[in-house]
Structure formats: C-alpha cells, structure tokens
Design a protein around this ligand. Structure first.
Ligand SMILES: Cc1ncc(COP(=O)(O)O)c(C=O)c1O
Length: 404
C-alpha cells in the first residue's frame, strides 16, 4: 500500500536498481566499470570559460532573458549545418528543437506518441532509461533481437507482422548503449522503409555517433527517411559536456511543433545561457578537432580493455568490440545469475552494470556492460584481472553446485 495517492506512472516498488549498483560501485576500493561518464580531463574548460565571458560581453541581456521553446536560433543554425555536413540530414532551424539533455526528447516523444497499452519496439537489450520513460507512459514492449550488427531488420519485419499496431520504435544505431554495436547502412535504410510501410515512428537516438575511433561513418536512419517517420535526436553531452544539459531533436515540422508544445509545458525552454555559450563555443573553436581528441582517448582505452579481456577472461566469453562510443558488452556463457556474478565482483573490488535493467523483456543471462571512457589506463588491466577472477570463481561454484 502506497503512503500517498501516486499516479500509475510512478514505479510501484520505488526501488532504483541501477542507483543501488552505482552506490555499491562508489566504494573507493572498487574499480568501477559501471558508470557511463565521459572523461572529464577532456572537458574544454578554458574554451568554455572564454565563450561564457564573450556571451556576457556581447549578449548578456538576451542570454539571461526567457527564450524561445524551440531554442536559440543561432544554436539551431549551428546544429542544422553540422547535421548536414556530418549526418547527411537536410534540415533547417524550424525543424530542430533544442532540449534539456537529449533525455528530454525521449520523454517528450513518449508523451507525444504513447497512450497506456500502446506497443513500443525496442532493441534487445536497450538503453535502460528509455525503458523507464516508455514504461511510465504505459507502453507494452516488444524486444527486437540483435546480432553483432545491431537490430536485426529481418526479425523486425517478423515482429511487425505480428504487431502491426506498433506506434514507436526506439533505436540507438551507433555504438549502442549498452552493447557498443552499430547498425550497418542497409539495415538503416530497411528500417526507414519499414517505418513508412507499417506507419510507425522511429526514434533514432545518436548520442555516441561522433565518437568513432575505428571503421567508417554510417549514414543516419534519418538520412534515409522519405516520409517523416524518423525523429532524430542527439546531444552535446558526449562531445562537449553533460552538465550543460543540452540536446536536440530533428523531425517533420508537424512532429517538431507538437514536441515543442509539450516541451513548453514541461520547462518553457532549455537553459538560454547554456545555449548561447555552446553556439559561441562552436564559433570560436574547431569542434571536429576536439571530437578527434575524445575519440583517440576512448579508442586507446577500449583497446586496452579488449586486449586484457582476451588475455584474462575464459576463452568462451563473448564481448563486443565497438568502433566508437563508451561501452562494451560481455556475455559469459554458463552464468545463470548475473546478480550473483555482480556480488562476487564487489567482493573482488570491481564493478559493472548487470544486463538485467537493459532488457524490456527476458534477460540474456550472464551479460553485463563495461564502460571504458571514464577509466584511467592503469586501472583497466587491474580491473579486468579482478573481473576474470570473479567470473572463474562463480563458474566453478556453479559447477560444484551442479555436481552436489
Ligand atoms: C542512449 C542514450 N540516450 C540518451 C542519453 C541521455 O543523454 P543526455 O540527456 O545527457 O543528452 C544517454 C546518456 O547516457 C544515452 O546513453
């Protein structure tokens, strides 16, 4: 029995599984691969300080005033140009809405498209906060299987025949959180075509696409969209700094205007000052050079992690080998209870995020996410060695239990 008369939207048990995991991992003895933070040593603090000073000098009064719900025009122009150059998305400032973190786009899209009982397709596994958002709007989930190349569009078509009522599909096609997998261009094109054919919206979430340290850039799903069924979203969190809380959505004019109305009810507009500062930062600095620095650092940390996984983990352990982003995904065959493995890891002073919260449906046991972007080089080898010992201990305990 709840103490107060909450809406159905509020999770019943009030528990925060991920919060508990991060709390356990926060012990300074523990090497934690659990978080999902960018490397703070690359935040361009001096350049942001200069951009801030310049904004106060040149546009102080406008930047401190209320602003437009769609966002500061100069920033939307900056976004439109970069989206064309980088993603092949032909757009203009009218079709762009600046959001309070890209997380807000997930929420507003949920609010705009999901009524209680509506069907939402997600990848299996997917970004856990998206599951929480869609759940809060009463979504029923269908999980679309993945392989090393992301969401399987053949499996998607099967699922569509079974669930033609689907209204929304959520995908992270580049260096997915949690798996690090990337969907190739042919699947992206197929997805855009299926969205038109079966008349459902695609929410293409691309926070990590810029952080590529190997392989070739793949065009966005949005660049294949001819019917307006794709909503594209991204963020300044990974290429600049997450504390700014600025992201954006690009969509068909009707959709973006509806999202903007909902945004206005949520928070009137995103931080005006932060928007002016980011637009100024882009004017004064070479963002591509900055992104290259981030990509190089994450690439070398990823390599260190996979080299050590190959060296210390049991040989049958599967792991993704991402070409960008911040995460890789491990699956240990034979592990029946990932929570048991997590607890064993805590005993060995190392942590990860267990796979369970990333699944909207049934979990694939023995799977977990590792973060490498926020991990110092000297900690990676030690942490992976500890993880290997914990895995071996859990597997041998299980064998003993079976043989009893
Ligand atoms: C897949 C994905 N989408 C969205 C977000 C939200 O990011 P932000 O609100 O900082 O833009 C994150 C954050 O880690 C993420 O991993």
């Amino acid at each position: 029995m709840e103490m107060f008369k909450y809406s159905k939207r509020v999770p019943k048990d009030g528990s925060d599984a991920v919060g508990e995991i991060l709390k356990a991992a926060a012990d300074p003895k523990i090497i934690s691969f659990a978080g999902g933070l960018p490397a703070p040593e690359l935040f361009p603090v001096a350049e942001m300080k200069k951009a801030t000073d310049d904004v106060y000098d040149e546009n102080g009064k406008e930047a401190l005033q209320y602003g437009s719900a769609k966002g500061v025009l100069k920033l939307r122009k900056t976004i439109a140009k970069r989206m064309l150059d980088r993603e092949g998305i032909k757009t203009d400032p009218d079709h762009i809405m600046v959001s309070t973190g890209s997380e807000q786009v997930i929420d507003l899209v949920g609010k705009a498209f999901i009524d209680s009982g509506d069907t939402v397709f997600v990848e299996q596994p997917t970004y856990l906060c998206a599951i929480d958002v869609f759940k809060s709007y009463g979504a029923k989930f269908v999980s679309v299987p993945m392989d090393d190349d992301g969401m399987r569009t053949d499996a998607l078509e099967e699922a569509l025949k079974e669930h033609p009522e689907v209204k929304l599909l959520y995908t992270v096609p580049n260096f997915q959180n949690p798996t690090g997998r990337t969907m190739p261009a042919d699947r992206r094109e197929a997805l855009a075509k299926l969205a038109e054919k079966y008349d459902f919206m695609v929410l293409e979430d691309n926070p990590y696409g810029d952080i590529r340290f190997a392989g070739e850039h793949v065009p966005s799903v949005k660049s294949f969209d001819k019917s307006g069924h794709v909503i594209y979203m991204s963020t300044f969190s990974k290429i600049l700094a997450p504390g700014l809380r600025l992201g954006w959505a690009i969509a068909d004019l009707d959709v973006i205007n509806k999202l903007t109305v909902l945004k206005q009810s949520a928070d009137l507009h995103s931080d005006n000052l932060a928007q002016y500062i980011v637009a100024k930062f882009f004017e004064e600095n070479d963002i591509e050079k900055h992104i290259e620095k981030i990509s190089q650092l994450y690439g070398s940390r990823k390599k260190l992690m996979t080299d050590n996984i190959k060296k210390y983990f049991p040989k049958n352990v599967k792991f993704s080998d991402p070409e960008g982003g911040m995460f890789l995904w491990v699956q240990v065959p034979g592990v029946k209870d990932t929570t048991k493995l997590f607890n064993m890891c805590i005993k060995h002073n190392v942590a990860f995020v267990p796979g369970v919260p990333f699944f909207a449906g049934a979990e694939i046991p023995g799977s977990f996410r590792l973060n490498y972007s926020n991990m110092k080089e000297d900690q990676i080898e030690v942490g992976i060695k500890r993880l290997a010992s914990a895995i071996k201990e859990v597997l041998s305990e299980q064998t003993v239990a079976v043989n009893k």
